[in-house]
Design a binder for this molecule. Structure first.
Ligand code: OSB
Ligand code: MG
Length: 374
């Protein structure tokens, strides 16, 4: 297979309400939609997940679009692809820029799946030799709240909708205290906290307070690149640490494993450069006893569908951050909706990524300049 056309379209999504984490408060989410056309006329879709500001990862929408146009697409041009895994090999000469790579790589997976008349989940299952499920238990990530009453009502509302696992953002010690206080009165579900690098080793005493709170794990308590501080904390803390911001590659997962920095990995296919890398990480985690689960990036419909296909693999039993379509946005980019039913989302039935852009968005995307022939 060869990629003969490539187009992209930045797209703004407005959140229903602000989403606050330690990094920033988001009200508008810009994504970039990607379409790749193969020499058999098939269209493959990808979504660029970098944020507008370089707070969560170094990439931004603008830097990633630049890398895609100037460095990645020229590498793809005229290359014969025999399998989707070829893409990460071809991109290996470009350092980092994982989200730029993932946006194109997932579109190539979509093309190969469509070419084989298979769903993306089925193709991922075949390439990883892991079984997949049609109905996937999912969790929700709730933005940080200062007040106990707000925290309680947000959590209760998510429980009523059927979410089986609640992740709550915390940004400081007082929010941790508030959560610990309300924890005994919350519905009987799995809970976890995500600190997005808010703490340092000086806060060990406050973090150890959480040992009484019955949570599944604590995500990214310490600095974004600090594997050794997390290892030090994990030695002293009787709660599994989950790494998110630290993990850009399989090498990072290996480092975390060998240093003992974490017992769980939040796997975001965009943050690790795509699906092929994600599958390698899953394999490593499975053989080394690390819990691995599918994270989220406030995706639009294309990104959500790719996440759900990845999360369908049986080696990811812990519910991921893949909420229903109605969670974040009034208006999404795709026709279809992912509805929560008894805490689960169902894989789309069609081949490939299984979802389609809304007609007017698709038309607009196809009218953009061809980035492979300019
Ligand atoms: O830390 O996991 C995170 C969203 C954006 C950036 C980082 C994170 C998150 C979330 C939301 O927690 C996950 C989602 O529902 O998409
Ligand atoms: Mg996180």
């Amino acid at each position: 297979m060869k990629i003969i056309h490539a187009k992209m379209l930045p797209y703004n999504l407005k959140l229903k309400k602000p989403f606050r984490s330690a990094h920033e408060t988001i009200l508008f989410r810009t994504i970039t939609l990607i379409v790749l056309v193969s020499d058999d006329g098939q269209r493959g879709y990808g979504e660029l997940e970098a944020f507008t500001e370089p707070n969560y990862t170094p990439e931004t929408q603008k830097t990633a679009r630049f890398i895609i146009c100037q460095h990645l697409l020229p590498l793809l041009k005229n290359k014969k692809l025999t399998c989707p895994e070829d893409v990460s090999t071809i991109f290996a000469t470009v350092q980092g820029n994982q989200m730029a790579k993932a946006a194109l790589e997932t579109a190539v997976w979509d093309l190969f799946a469509k070419h084989a008349h298979k769903s993306l989940a089925q193709l991922l299952s075949e390439h990883s030799q892991l079984r997949y499920r049609q109905n996937i238990t999912v969790g929700i990530s709730l933005g940080a709240q200062v007040e106990a009453s707000k925290m309680t009502s947000e959590i209760s509302a998510a429980a009523v909708q059927g979410y089986q696992r609640i992740k709550l953002k915390v940004t400081n010690s007082s929010e941790i205290k508030t959560f610990s206080k309300i924890r005994p009165f919350l519905p009987k579900l799995k809970y976890m906290l995500d600190a997005n690098s808010s703490f340092s080793l000086k806060n060990i005493a406050q973090l150890k307070e959480l040992e009484k709170a019955d949570i599944s794990m604590l995500e990214q308590p310490l600095a974004t690149t600090d594997f050794s501080a997390h290892a030090e904390l994990q030695k002293q803390l009787h709660i599994p640490i989950c790494l998110d911001e630290n993990i850009f590659s399989l090498d990072d997962v290996r480092t975390a494993y060998h240093l003992g920095s974490a017992q769980a990995i939040n796997l975001k296919l965009s943050r690790v450069g795509g699906l092929a890398n994600a599958l390698q990480i899953i394999r490593f985690c499975n053989t080394h006893g690390l819990l691995v689960w599918c994270g989220g990036m406030l995706e639009g419909g294309i990104g959500r569908a790719a996440n759900l296909a990845l999360a369908s693999l049986e080696s990811l039993p812990f519910p991921g951050d893949i909420s229903a379509s109605n969670r974040y946005y009034q208006e999404d980019v795709i026709e279809e909706q992912f509805h929560l039913k008894s805490g689960k989302l169902t894989l789309p039935a069609s081949i490939g990524i299984g979802v389609t852009l809304k007609k007017e968005i698709e038309d607009h995307l196809l009218k953009q300049i061809d980035l492979l022939n300019t």
